[in-house]
Ligand binder design. Structure first.
Ligand code: KIV
Length: 304
């Protein structure tokens, strides 16, 4: 039974389209666990992405390529539980990892359906342009909304020759616009534009009816996405141009843990207020020659 204080209505693909039409910006951020999901949802994000960036910021790889479907489903389910715990409204998207949809449309449909059934996502995101319209059509036909992702597509890092800005000359920019149109025609409900010139992102955004979500694509898009760890500067050494550090949590975490280490060494933690007490504890000595033997009289008093 739903009550007035029950879960808020989740942001749907239609709501995101309405936001574009109304000129309301969409705020999207990544999360990979329940705690982060609760924090970002409480902060008011519209869309939570369980990104395959988990491979770099959580698993420690130097690319997103080793991330598996099982891992993505595991993280998505954790994020879903976090959102549900507070009845959050945020729209939840799962990132299709490398190898889960490129070989065949059948693979893609099966992976997308598992993402929804086991990971609890409302939609999936996949990287690639016009070459991927078949798998996108099939997934959408199976009932799963698809968010596209063009421009810099990290799963193609080797093809691109590194993490470099895309669409800087007219031919490549034209191809990105064609890709955006192809994704919209194939049924995508939104598209991520990653690391392309702001001028190109503005044109693509103006030509598409579906919302564009930018990362390193300038301000003239319908929404923005950042990686959780990047916007909080959890890794103080990672400083790409497109990231704004909204807090210095890496330094704050290091400082807090150093303070803890210092207090443990100095014996000032735990203090009395962090300790439990019982005045009724009575123990009998444990025989020294055989620790495994039950004490004859048993343990007296309250558990400590
Ligand atoms: O994996 C990810 O976090 C992403 C965003 C950067 C868009 O794809």
């Amino acid at each position: 039974m739903s009550t007035q204080s029950g879960p808020k209505k989740r942001v749907s693909i239609h709501e995101l389209r309405r936001m574009k039409d109304a000129g309301e910006k969409i705020a999207m951020v990544t999360a990979y666990d329940a705690t982060a999901a609760r924090l970002v949802a409480a902060a008011g994000v519209d869309v939570v992405l369980v990104g395959d960036s988990v491979g770099m910021v959580v698993q420690g790889h130097d690319s997103t390529l080793p991330v598996t479907l099982e891992q993505m489903i595991y993280h998505s389910a954790a994020v879903r539980r976090g959102l549900e715990r507070d009845g959050a409204r945020a729209h939840l998207v799962g990132d299709m990892p490398f190898g889960s949809y490129q070989a065949s449309a059948d693979d893609g449909v099966k992976a997308a359906m598992r993402f929804v059934a086991e990971g609890g996502v409302q939609a999936v995101k996949l990287e690639g342009g016009a070459d991927f319209v078949e798998v996108i059509r099939r997934i959408v036909r199976a009932g799963v909304p698809v968010m596209g992702h063009i421009g810099l597509t990290p799963q193609s890092v080797h093809k691109m020759g590194g993490y470099v800005v895309q669409g800087k000359d007219s031919d490549k920019a034209q191809q990105i616009l064609r890709d955006g149109r192809a994704l919209e025609a194939a049924g995508c409900y939104a598209v991520v534009l990653e690391c392309i010139p702001a001028e190109l992102a503005r044109i693509v955004t103006g030509q598409l009816r579906i919302p564009t979500i930018g990362i390193g694509a300038g301000p003239h898009v319908d929404g923005q996405v950042l990686v959780f760890h990047d916007l909080l500067a959890l890794d103080p050494t990672f400083t790409p141009k497109f990231v704004k550090r909204f807090a210095e949590l890496g330094a704050a975490v290091q400082g807090a843990v150093a303070a803890y280490v210092g207090e443990v060494k100095a014996r000032t933690f735990p203090a009395d207020e962090h300790s439990f007490h019982s005045s009724s504890v009575r123990l009998v000595p444990v025989p020294e020659d055989d620790d495994r033997e039950e004490p004859q009289g048993g343990v007296m008093g309250a558990p400590v």
